[in-house]
Design a binder for this molecule. Structure first.
Ligand code: ZN
Length: 321
């Protein structure tokens, strides 16, 4: 089976599931038990390190052809979706947190959404337990960046810390930006709430928070890789042991259907599009050249695969293909 065919099968299932999912949420306004749409975690090894990608659930964008890709027409976006085997305009946007068992202990890369209204998100803790991972065992949460879908899961709905034993490591440039009162006052109105959200989500962790520089080894086997553009201080993480490595890219690449196939396209969420495109091309070239698996926060499960050159861009070959 080729990769295209496999992705087509996933796409068809997505479209069937989407209206039912949305209907259930709209009917009563409450989140019922999340529908089972696939595996909730994927585990693999990088040398002696065990990596587990755990989903926090999925949002369904009813029409991905509009308002998502900033520099392509709805027709171009629709054609890209058809090329990936999707038959409608709806598209899943999953959220996945990566956990690494290291000599230091269990480390989380980002924290999940904390649950968004009218979606099946906020399932990280349940899915962690299903994968045999206890949130109380997490010794460190290292962050790619501070958008709400990556830091929301630091807090439970009652405001307590979801990871009671964890230290928190943040990119120094990301921290500097989102804690700067001048940046907050100058920010566009739709971006301003994120500054308050950063204050709130990190509050219980303030006494155990550290900042890391680009290329820092944030823990044994986990190295920060500066990948700015999506946000001012965005970092990816290279998980490495001996000659083996995998790149947890965060939001440097969100949807492979759009931004691997067309690396010059950018989503409306990229805060510095020019830099984000440069970063994306650099990471894709490195992953393809080094045959290095990548893990995407917003990829469909298994959320992991290798990157191949394809035409003028790239494609993701999922780890289970
Ligand atoms: Zn994100």
């Amino acid at each position: 089976m080729t990769n295209i065919t496999r992705r087509g099968a996933i796409g068809a299932a997505t479209i069937l599931a989407a209206p039912a999912l949305l209907g259930a949420r709209q009917a009563n306004g409450q989140a019922a038990a999340p529908p089972v749409v696939g595996p909730t975690f994927h585990r693999f090894r990088v040398g002696a390190l065990t990596v587990t990608v755990v989903t926090d659930g999925t949002n369904v964008r009813a029409d991905a052809t509009r308002g998502l890709v900033a520099n392509a027409s709805p027709e171009q976006v629709a054609a890209a979706m058809q090329g990936a085997g999707l038959t409608g305009a709806a598209m899943r946007n999953p959220f996945n947190v990566t956990f690494v068992e290291t000599p230091r202990g269990l480390i989380a890369l980002d924290a999940g959404t904390g649950g968004f209204p009218n979606t099946d998100t906020g399932t990280l803790q349940a899915n962690m337990r299903a994968a045999g991972l206890d949130p109380a065992r997490v010794v460190l949460v290292a962050h790619t960046h501070f958008h709400g879908d990556h830091i929301g899961g630091l807090l439970a709905s009652d405001g307590s810390a979801v990871f009671p034993q964890a230290e928190v490591a943040v990119p120094e440039r990301e921290w500097a930006f989102w804690t700067d009162a001048g940046e907050e006052s100058r920010a566009a109105e739709n971006r301003r709430p994120n500054f308050a959200n950063v204050r709130r989500r990190f509050a219980p962790y303030q006494q155990r928070l550290s900042r890391f520089a680009p290329d820092a080894e944030v823990a044994p086997g986990i190295r920060a890789v500066a990948s700015n553009g999506h946000s001012p201080g965005h970092n990816s993480f290279l998980v490495h042991d001996g000659s083996q490595q995998a790149l947890v890219i965060g939001d440097a690449i969100t949807s492979p259907t759009f931004f691997m196939v067309n690396p010059e396209w950018y989503p409306v969420f990229d805060m510095d599009p020019t830099m984000a495109v440069e970063t994306r091309k650099r990471l894709l070239d490195r992953a393809a050249t080094d045959r290095m698996p990548v893990v995407g926060y917003h990829f469909d499960m298994p959320a992991t695969g290798r990157v191949e050159r394809a035409g003028t861009g790239y494609r993701l070959v999922p780890a289970n293909a």
